[in-house]
Design a binder for this molecule. Structure first.
Ligand code: ATP
Length: 348
């Protein structure tokens, strides 16, 4: 099932929570909506689910107008951050719930319901917990049961809103791999909301980066990490070193000094150079466009992380870089630094 979101606008009073959002999700995709708190992710998810209505725009499921239908008729499975299991029902009955309340004409027999719930519990690998109650489960187990429950009615679309948000870091990490594997097995078109960039990049096949109610970039995890489309995406995903530069007459300058760096295709004037801290080559003094002095070094594994005081950049600026250990850095060394992969975006 494809999802086509067109020009969606949603306002709460005078506040615009979604500003002309366009998005197409292909059949069987696992797409992440990634953005800081308040960027509009949950609002978009709720509109797709039919729990909220947009002020303008359209939503189509496989080309069919979804806004003409209420939430119950959209056949969407939903998993929220906070466990939404019924406390007075066993795990088995929680998963069976959606099947038991289906209209009589499509409702399955008791034997079929038992079979389906058994299969779903096997799918989330928790068959042995069928007779327990939610308060006898760990947080991670509850979310897996919540997912089994959402899948019970064979939804055409699965929407997950920070499903692992309330869990500790270790369990979150385990569930990421688990969710990816599960999705490979069931292949239902899924949208997954998170503000955790690592989670988005690890789980999803495409990532939508949102900020202030707008989509900043849509791309594969590799795209958004390696080729960020804006200054916002570069600083939100992965850590960046940001240096003030100026683009004048097609040249990149630092003060009056012209730097041996490729200018951006568009834009000029005061700009910022963004580079990941492992994308700066370190060599002897004079070997790069920037000069610096090593202030401290921490070596671990194959890398060394160093604080470098850059000279001639907006006064003096301290940056943290990661370099391979083949060129051993020592406190006090004067070094040259050459950004290898970088992006330059105009200041707004
Ligand atoms: P988070 O990661 O914190 O959940 P989010 O990206 O999911 O954030 P939304 O929950 O979609 O963000 O909220 C977007 C903006 O809309 C926020 O500024 C929020 O305060 C506002 N908002 C959401 N729902 C309502 C509402 N019912 N009434 C008024 N403002 C709302």
């Amino acid at each position: 099932m494809t999802i086509e979101v067109r020009n969606i606008v949603k306002e709460f009073g005078s506040f615009r929570a979604l500003d002309n959002v366009d998005l197409r999700v292909e059949t069987g995709e696992l797409m992440a909506l990634l953005g800081p708190s308040g960027s509009g992710k949950t609002t978009l998810l709720r509109i797709i689910a039919g729990l909220e209505w947009p002020d303008a725009g359209s939503i189509a499921f496989d080309g069919e107008d979804a806004l003409a239908r209420g939430a119950a008729e959209r056949h969407v499975g939903f998993v929220f951050q906070h466990y939404a299991l019924f406390r007075h029902m066993s795990v088995f009955e929680n998963v069976a719930f959606g099947l038991r309340v289906q209209p009589r004409r499509i409702r399955r027999s008791e034997a079929e319901i038992r079979k389906r719930v058994g299969d779903l519990l096997d799918l989330v690998q928790l068959g042995w917990l069928a007779d327990r109650y939610p308060n006898q489960l760990s947080g991670g187990q509850r979310q897996r049961i919540a997912l089994a429950r959402a899948l019970a009615i064979e939804p055409r679309i699965l929407l997950l809103d920070e499903p692992f948000g309330a869990l500790d870091a270790k369990v979150r990490k385990e569930l990421r791999a688990w969710l990816r594997n599960l999705h490979e097995e069931i292949h239902v078109t899924s949208i997954f909301v998170t503000h955790d960039q690592e989670e988005a990049l690890e789980v999803a096949n495409r990532v939508v980066v949102m900020d202030k109610g707008k989509i900043e970039q849509i791309g594969s995890p590799g795209d958004v990490y390696e080729r960020p489309a804006s200054a916002f995406v570069h600083s939100f995903i992965g850590e960046s070193i940001v240096l003030p530069v100026e683009v004048r007459d097609g040249r990149v300058q630092l003060g009056d000094r012209v730097l041996d760096l490729a200018p951006p295709e568009t834009g000029g004037g005061p700009s910022k150079l963004f580079v990941r801290r492992h994308d700066i080559a370190v060599g002897p003094s004079g070997s790069g466009v920037f000069e610096g002095a090593v202030r401290s070094v921490r070596a671990f594994g194959p890398m060394q992380r160093a604080d470098i005081l850059l000279q001639g950049v907006d006064g003096d600026m301290l940056v943290e870089i990661d370099a391979p250990r083949d060129h051993s850095l020592k406190v006090g060394d004067r070094i040259g630094l050459q950004p290898q992969r970088y992006r330059i975006f105009a200041d707004h």
